[in-house]
Design a protein around this ligand. Structure first.
Ligand SMILES: Cc1cc2nc3c(=O)[nH]c(=O)nc-3n(C[C@H](O)[C@H](O)[C@H](O)COP(=O)(O)OP(=O)(O)OC[C@H]3O[C@@H](n4cnc5c(N)ncnc54)[C@H](O)[C@@H]3O)c2cc1C
Length: 387
């Protein structure tokens, strides 16, 4: 059982503390810690479960605490992701993608788009996906080639998207495409494409080290009405960045959840494994490892909830969110690696909790802006402040 005393920190309001404790109890009873081999079926079931539990309402901002400032309560999203990640990587993934996939609609959709999609996403009746990356445009998003030609009242999409989470099981995809209003980032628009729209296909399913639904998408003269565009033509890049701004801090929160789980496992192992006539934890070398792990976790948590709190105050968090993601994802990798070391051979056995965490954490240092991209953002912001 994790120590939840950090909930007393001043970043939180009482509703956040109640939410985290309630979810922790709910997850302990409802979320399976091990999942079967059919990852699509597992994900669909988890989305339904999270919807029925009412948790997905937070992912789409339907519980609006301060609607004039922000539709999404960043601290709530971060606490939910941290808690779910501590219980199950796939449950965190299911929650996160409902939020990321529908985030552009929550933040900038028309009343009709919100009406059509958000309720279903919140109830777990529709699965969402966010389609930004392309084979030749990952870190360099503005290099995207997928195009949207405007013809009458429609946009006609052509091109590819790759690494799309929920690809293959999503009911709709928020797709970013080059619509040509201006060169570079100012010529991109966002469209909602329903699964099954003619001209849209899943070109390839992709297997990764911590399995979850992932695919390459293909658009061939795929026609969507302009009523499915989010924001004005040419505003797509801004829409994508606003969405990522919210969810970047929550990736850090998920990493924190994985690290806390690894810490729990390491403490348990250190106090039960005996060698040389004492417990593993009685050795000072083990204590040094545990001390470093705990310090890394607390520093990550402070950065995560500073960024989340600051965003909920309506302030810019470009630098703070980047710091949180950088420190929490890199830190979690180190914490989990130390936990594997503490477990010895048992730590690398397939299915062991720390072995699963070891695979689970890796992609978080790459997606939604790799560590190097976060370093560049922080450096740029520091220099801007110096002017
Ligand atoms: C499991 C998983 C799920 C994903 N889900 C989604 C999704 O749902 N939707 C979506 O749109 N995308 C998704 N992505 C894509 C993800 O956002 C990209 O993988 C990421 O942006 C990196 O792009 P890339 O893979 O093309 O790597 P590249 O852009 O080729 O970068 C490779 C490496 O180069 C380094 N690098 C990058 N920029 C710099 C720089 N300026 N200076 C020095 N080094 C640099 C980094 O180490 C980086 O990891 C997902 C990826 C993964 C792995």
């Amino acid at each position: 059982m994790s120590d939840l005393s950090y909930l007393d920190w001043p970043f939180f309001e009482q509703r956040h503390r109640d939410l985290a404790r309630e979810l922790d109890a709910w997850a302990t009873t409802n979320i399976p810690h091990k999942h079967g081999p059919d990852v699509d079926a597992e994900c669909r079931a988890l989305v339904k479960l999270l919807g029925a539990g009412g948790w997905l309402e937070h992912a789409v901002g339907l519980r609006q605490a301060q609607p004039e400032r922000s539709e999404i309560d960043t601290r709530a999203i971060c606490l939910i992701r941290e808690t779910l990640a501590r219980h199950s990587g796939l449950a965190d993934f299911a929650f996160a993608m409902q939020g990321l996939g529908s985030g552009a609609i929550s933040l900038q959709g028309t009343p009709q788009q919100k009406e059509k999609y958000l309720g279903k996403v919140a109830r777990g009746e529709a699965i969402a996906a966010f389609a930004l990356s392309e084979p030749e445009a990952g870190s360099d998003v503005a290099a995207m080639q997928c195009s949207a030609r405007i013809e009458g009242g429609d946009a006609v999409l052509n091109g590819e998207k790759t690494w799309i989470s929920n690809g293959g099981i999503a009911d709709f995809y928020v797709v970013f495409a080059r619509s040509g209003e201006a060169p570079g980032a100012r010529g991109i628009s966002a469209f909602i494409v329903d699964a099954g729209t003619p001209g849209f296909e899943i070109a390839e399913r992709i297997d990764v080290i911590a399995p979850h639904p992932l695919a390459r998408l293909k658009f061939s003269d795929c026609r969507v009405p302009l009523s499915q565009r989010i924001g004005e033509g040419g505003e797509g890049f801004k829409v994508a960045m606003r969405t990522l701004d919210v969810f970047r801090t929550s990736v850090a929160a998920a990493a924190l959840g994985f690290a806390r789980h690894a810490m729990d496992e390491a403490l348990e192992r250190s106090t039960t494994r005996r060698m040389f006539n004492q417990r593993l934890g009685d050795f000072q070398l083990t204590q040094a490892k545990l001390a470093q792990m705990a310090t890394t976790i607390d520093s990550s948590a402070l950065l995560v909830y500073r960024a989340a709190w600051q965003r909920d105050q309506g302030r810019t968090v470009t630098k703070e969110a980047a710091m949180a993601k950088l420190a929490a994802t890199e830190g979690a990798q180190q914490v989990i690696d130390a936990a594997v070391q503490i477990f010895g051979g048992a730590g690398v056995v397939s299915g062991n909790a720390v072995e699963m965490l070891y695979r689970e954490i890796r992609a978080l240092r790459i997606y939604e802006g790799a560590t190097e991209v976060q370093q560049l953002i922080i450096g740029r912001e520091l220099l801007k402040e110096q002017k």
